[in-house]
Design a protein around this ligand. Structure first.
Ligand code: UDP
Ligand code: MN
Length: 451
């Protein structure tokens, strides 16, 4: 399973290409809105910024381009520091050569982590060391344009509960072609918790009027965002329980709105972001992003989480059902038309056909796509099509008893027991008792923090 979720990406649109220069180098045709931005006055005293750039195996050219574009564009009095966080990169150029190079740059610090932190942990480490009034989190392959920082700081100066992002232009990672965003867009997410861009709806445009006005956005992209330092810590920073990469931007977005803050994209602030077509890292396991999504759903979506679980089949692909008495896992023979087949026990393999999950509809979802439900035929547990959405269908509903490890069938109040049936081991309903063959563990991957 290849999980691809982009934290920042905006698909290039047809008319965007007109704005790309022939050389492929960043070249922005100033549009009318942008000219108005350049005349914008920022009268109040602006807060200072710490720019935090966390990287894992970034290319030399793109990393340095990010750093220098910050140094070249941010007014000296507003840039407190640039903090680089090396998230356990292995590439040679990021070792001594980088340290030496950085030591010659004023106001740039390099922190090395000796364990892999991921974008969330890396940014948190950088934030802990930062002393500017505002934290600007930035991916390690960006190109900041003149005047990008002031609008961000100005909006935060007006209200510290605003968390703001520049307009992110797309730089193609293969050609370095620069796609200049034309129409104002806002960040949204779907029920699978995937991030998307959409044109600003009419009713929002009416309220906010001008092309250079801030765009209120349900979610912010992950690539670049600015937040007042104390506000960030007060609302709980990034969730350290999310691992490595992905969905952290949605989690922070949801939390900011729930905490009474707001999110905006500022058309006068522009940063190019190099977009990868796929996750370029080796993630610790394929389900990293799914686990993060489940964590967000379980933490913030309340009863709406059911919609997430219905939409995101991959979220079912976790955990297996382990029987204590036999040491085996629930399994079934993958074949066309497997519905109606008995559930069996076989050595635990982690294969797709052992994937099982107990969900809030009290179903035990089963199979590589979470496509089957545990069902019963003549006291034997079988796989069936799920009858989700239909009338209460107790035959497919189960009660998982945490303490005893038992799984009781709600309709008959009997428990699942591992029983020898012919040459194989099957799952049968038997009067509930404390025998080990009636004890089961859902080995689920998601671990919620206590408290
Ligand atoms: N990153 C990191 N550690 C990781 C994964 C990513 O420090 O384990 C950095 C990466 O170098 C980049 C930022 O986190 O600066 C966001 O990752 P990426 O750009 O791949 O996300 P995308 O923009 O593609 O959503
Ligand atoms: Mn990126």
């Amino acid at each position: 399973m290849q999980v691809v979720v982009h934290r920042s990406h905006r698909y290039p649109q047809e008319n965007d290409a007109d704005n790309a220069s022939a050389s492929g180098l960043p070249h922005i045709e100033p549009d009318i809105a942008f000219i108005r931005c350049l005349h914008q006055q920022y009268n109040r005293k602006l807060p200072t910024a710490s720019v935090i750039i966390c990287f894992h195996n970034e290319a030399w050219s793109t990393l340095l381009r990010t750093i220098h574009s910050v140094l070249d564009t941010a007014p000296k009095n507003l840039l407190k520091e640039v903090i680089l966080v090396d998230d356990l990169s292995q590439q040679g150029h990021l070792k001594t050569a980088l340290s030496e190079y950085i030591s010659r740059l004023d106001g740039v610090k390099l922190i090395r982590s000796n364990k892999r932190l991921g974008v969330i942990g890396g940014r948190l480490l950088g934030a802990a060391r930062a002393s500017g009034d505002v934290l600007v989190f930035m991916d390690s392959h960006c190109e900041c344009h003149k005047g990008w920082l002031e609008p961000l700081l100005d909006r935060i100066a007006g209200d510290r509960s605003r968390v703001v992002s520049p307009v992110l232009d797309v730089i193609d990672w293969k050609t370095f072609q620069y796609y200049h965003s034309v129409d104002p867009q806002r960040g949204v997410f779907d029920w699978k918790l995937d991030f998307h861009w959409e044109p600003v709806p009419k009713y929002e445009k009416k309220q906010h009027g001008s092309l250079v006005s801030p765009v209120r956005s349900p979610a912010l992209p992950g690539g670049v965002l600015a937040v007042e330092r104390h506000y960030f810590q007060n609302i709980g920073a990034y969730d350290p329980g999310m691992s490595i990469w992905g969905v952290e931007n949605m989690e922070l977005s949801i939390r900011v709105w729930l905490c009474g803050g707001s999110l905006e994209i500022l058309p006068c602030s522009r940063v190019g972001h190099l977009y990868h077509h796929r996750v370029p890292y080796s993630l610790p396991d394929e389900e990293t992003v799914v686990k993060n999504k489940i964590r967000v759903a379980e933490t913030w979506l309340d009863s709406f989480k059911n919609i997430f679980y219905k939409r995101d089949m991959a979220a079912y692909l976790i955990g297996k059902l382990y029987n204590v008495g036999t040491g085996y896992c629930a399994d079934y023979k993958t074949r066309w038309g497997a519905a109606g087949d008995p559930v069996q026990l076989s050595p635990c393999s982690g294969n797709g056909n052992q994937h099982s999950e107990y969900n809030s509809m009290k179903e035990i979802r089963f199979g590589s796509g979470g496509q089957f439900c545990f069902d019963v035929r003549q006291e034997q547990v079988i796989v069936s099509e799920c009858t989700l959405q239909e009338q209460p269908h107790f035959r497919q509903q189960w009660e998982v008893r945490q303490q005893s490890g038992g799984i009781a069938h709600i309709l008959t109040a009997k428990c699942i027991e591992a029983v020898k049936s012919g040459a194989s081991l099957g799952l049968f309903l038997r009067p509930c008792s404390p025998v080990a063959r009636q004890q089961w563990h859902f080995e689920q991957l998601i671990v919620m923090n206590e408290g």
